[in-house]
Design a protein around this ligand. Structure first.
Ligand code: 6AU
Length: 260
């Protein structure tokens, strides 16, 4: 099964160019940690990434929570992503008809398609949403993480919905980077990436329905390839020290997983 195959090997099996790059970065930097920088100022985000960027493979943003978003921020985060070698995932969770999503992706204040290597997308509206995000902007490859499961308590996604989501993705091998999901049996294709949020060392949840699992549980039991950590790092006294703690814990589990 895909969980026992090395990231180097999986880079060769990827059909989406962003997935391939991401597998390569993970193998090179020996980190399968994604930081979720859920901060509301550009200075705070850039300052945090300066410190933790070398320890992550992927930086996940929510640009619509930033108070002072501007084009210089985009230039600076792109420079950091080149210098520290990470990709950028804008966690926009698109969920509308294809035409609207196409407008949201390329226009408005954020022009996400111009700078985000990949974005998150709900399968709910049907495949028009995937047709709208055709896999490249200005000749540069782009990717999509489809939401197949969620981490939050009481979410309305059913096993049938999850299965149909995975089937939908199979029709777009050039576009799909992987799935945001919670379980190893959700999909089989070793060229796709399992991105799993809801990860912390200790806490079991927050007051608004988030459910946390430990690095061991998500990598060894739940099949995560990349673990998303937000407040576990961002709210720590020393985010840099904590990022290293998560990076090492996750990588140890991955090594154990591929050694059988
Ligand atoms: O570690 P946290 O709880 O501080 O942050 C988790 C991050 C947040 C959520 O918007 C996101 O992960 N997330 C997602 C994603 C990545 O799409 C899906 C999900 O099911 N649960 C979840 O928490 O930025």
């Amino acid at each position: 099964d895909r969980a026992s195959i090395s990231f180097e090997k999986r880079a060769e099996l990827a059909t989406n160019q962003v997935a391939k790059q991401l597998f390569e970065i993970i193998a090179l930097k020996k980190t399968n940690l994604c930081i979720s920088v859920d901060l509301t100022s550009t200075a705070k985000i850039l300052d945090l990434l300066e410190k933790v960027g070398e320890h992550v493979c992927l930086v996940k943003t929510h640009v619509d929570i930033i108070e002072d978003f501007n084009s210089d921020f985009v230039i600076q985060i792109k420079q950091l992503s080149k210098r520290l070698n990470f990709l950028i995932l804008e966690d926009r969770k698109y969920a509308d008809i294809g035409n609207t999503v196409s407008l949201q992706y390329l226009n408005g204040l954020y022009k996400i398609g111009e700078w985000a290597d990949c974005v998150t997308v709900h399968s709910l509206p049907g495949e028009g949403i995937l047709k709208a995000l055709n896999g490249s902007t200005n000749g540069v490859s782009r990717g999509v993480f489809l939401l197949a499961e969620m981490s939050s308590e009481g979410n309305l996604i059913t096993p049938d919905y999850t299965k149909a989501t995975v089937e939908m993705a199979a029709k777009y091998p050039d576009l799909i980077t992987g799935f945001v999901c919670q379980n190893k049996d959700t999909f089989k294709d070793p060229g796709l990436i399992q991105l799993t949020p809801g990860v912390q060392l200790e806490t079991s949840g927050d007051s608004l329905g988030q459910i946390y699992n430990t690095p061991e549980k998500v990598i060894l039991d739940k099949g995560a390839d990349i673990a998303v950590v937000g407040r576990g790092i961002v709210a720590a006294k020393s985010p840099e020290t904590q990022a290293v703690v998560y990076k090492n814990a996750l990588w140890k589990c991955y090594q154990k997983r591929i050694s059988g």
